[in-house]
Design a protein. Structure first.
Length: 60
């Protein structure tokens, strides 16, 4: 499985490309607004993976 930040980077590029192809402002705005959300989700996913890893090594 790819790293969350690599996936987010790919998806961000795809969203930028799609946004640039849209003739309607609303469509461009929606796709552009998704970019920070994708990046936030990738960061959360990475943090949760680290938390799961840390908890699996904790024997409390």
């Amino acid at each position: 499985m790819a790293e969350p930040k690599q996936e987010a980077s790919w998806l961000t590029e795809q969203l930028k490309d799609l946004a640039n192809q849209q003739p309607q402002f609303e469509d461009r705005a929606l796709l552009s607004a998704l970019i920070p959300e994708v990046q936030d989700l990738a960061e959360r996913r990475e943090q949760l993976a680290g938390e799961i890893d840390g908890r699996s090594w904790s024997f409390n």
